[in-house]
Write a protein that binds this ligand. Structure first.
Ligand code: BDR
Ligand code: CA
Length: 423
């Protein structure tokens, strides 16, 4: 299994990133750190605890990171994530409040200790394999696998980790959701996570740590359409484990393991129940699922079918459990704000795409290139300047995702939802 540390600012899409990282068999989620971003540090830290408890992972610690960027004022994002950072429809809370407290201490120190311990284990296993002749095969020994640090918020915690503990750059591979090759989302050419703390991002890109950037161009292809929301509901879902090991196979990731999990619980409830009430409910769910799958977008559906309340009702009919319904509602809130702020017909689910890269890099097409972070310009501080055509005299410092196999991504997520639902 791959040890993973997740640094995030939940956040609707961060919440699904936690779910994917915590409920994928090939990954071992070491812990979660938070960073002020989508909402204040206090709010996103509570949200992280709530999410972990709601998905049956109360044993995983959360530690609060930096409340503000290194050199700038905080940028929050209530217009997309609501006042709590994880609002449901009508601004209400969906997840029960956790009774847990974050782990005491500075995130950067807790992250370092967890990463150092996981690295030591990986190194021991690697040595044992090498001694047993499994590595190298006479052509030189393969590198020791790395701990994965997945960042789905501003890079402040990651920058401090690499500055205070430069040895960590030898132990981790960093995968981040952030940046854009072209058009941004919170500025003409700036993406929110990088724009929040450009100086920290610059430190990370300059640190020499192996890193993969999953930019907006990729996450904007991963849309939570009505069909996806119906699948999340679970009724009549076709979440098979067999199709997810295929992919484009052009990435230079170090862990192209498949993620088949024959033990994953079936997502579909029985439709052959002898109980007439259950049979009627199953029929309603099947009708709702079919109509949602056929819909072009949540926005079109709301416009044509009586508004957001009608869409919510159709979705509710597809939900085979309150947990699945809660996820649908979180994504409906996200759909609504994305529609209002960006005129997107369906919301892009950014953050779990970075986790998917750790699980299955073969699903991504990537290119190594030079990426510099603009820190000076009043026009474009936070821009990730991507040298797509290799024109910079500086060496490449990042692996940049260019595309992802979207259906395969949703398979990964739906399987994780099914596992979380079964807890
Ligand atoms: C990023 O910004 C945040 O609002 C999301 O959680 C995601 O990490 C997308 O630009
Ligand atoms: Ca985020």
């Amino acid at each position: 299994t791959i040890p993973v540390w997740l640094d995030c600012d939940p956040g609707h899409d961060d919440a699904t990133a936690i779910l994917l990282a915590g409920h994928t068999p090939g990954l071992r989620l070491l812990g979660v750190s938070t960073i002020g971003g989508n909402q204040t540090l206090a709010k996103v830290t509570k949200n992280a605890l709530d999410v972990l408890d709601a998905i049956g992972l109360s044993h995983i610690d959360v530690v609060a990171g930096q409340p503000r960027p290194l050199m700038r004022s905080p940028m929050l994002c209530p217009e997309i994530h609501g006042d709590s950072g994880l609002d449901g429809p009508a601004g209400g809370r969906l997840l029960p409040r956790s009774g847990r407290q974050p782990r005491p201490g500075k995130a950067v120190n807790v992250m370092f200790e967890a990463i150092a311990a996981a690295h030591a284990e990986l190194a021991k296993e690697h040595e044992a394999r090498a001694a047993g002749g499994e590595c190298g095969g006479g052509t030189g020994e393969a590198e020791c696998p790395r701990v994965r640090l997945v960042c789905t918020g501003a890079l402040t915690n990651a920058a401090l980790l690499l500055a205070l503990y430069p040895e960590a750059a030898q132990w981790v591979e960093l995968v981040l959701m952030g940046g854009a090759m072209g058009v941004g989302n919170t500025g003409p050419v700036m993406e929110f996570n990088i724009q929040t703390d450009p100086e920290a991002a610059n430190m990370v890109f300059e640190s020499g740590v192996p890193l993969t950037m999953v930019p907006l161009e990729v996450t904007h292809t991963v849309l939570a359409t009505p069909g996806v929301l119906a699948d999340i509901g679970g009724a009549g879902s076709s979440t098979s484990d067999s199709s997810i090991t295929s992919g484009k196979g052009t990435c230079n990731g170090t862990s192209p393991q498949g993620t088949t999990d024959p033990a994953a619980p079936a997502a579909a409830p029985s439709s052959s129940s002898p109980d007439p009430a259950s049979a009627a409910a199953a029929a309603t769910a099947a009708t709702a699922t079919a109509s949602l799958r056929g819909a072009a977008s949540t926005a079109a559906l709301a416009a044509a079918g009586g508004g957001a309340a009608a869409v919510a009702a159709a979705l509710a009919a597809t939900a085979s459990s309150p947990f699945r319904h809660a996820i649908q509602e979180l994504l409906l809130f996200f759909a609504d704000t994305y529609k209002r702020v960006f005129k997107f017909d369906d919301p892009p689910l950014h953050d779990p795409v970075a986790v998917a890269y750790v699980i299955a890099p073969q699903l991504f097409e990537c290119r190594r290139m030079r990426v510099d972070v603009e820190t000076c310009s009043p026009l474009s501080a936070g821009q990730t300047v991507c040298d797509m055509w290799g024109q910079s005299p500086l060496p490449a410092n990042a692996n940049v995702a260019l595309s992802v196999d979207v259906p395969a991504f949703w398979q990964l997520l739906l399987q994780a939802v099914a596992r979380a639902d079964a807890v």
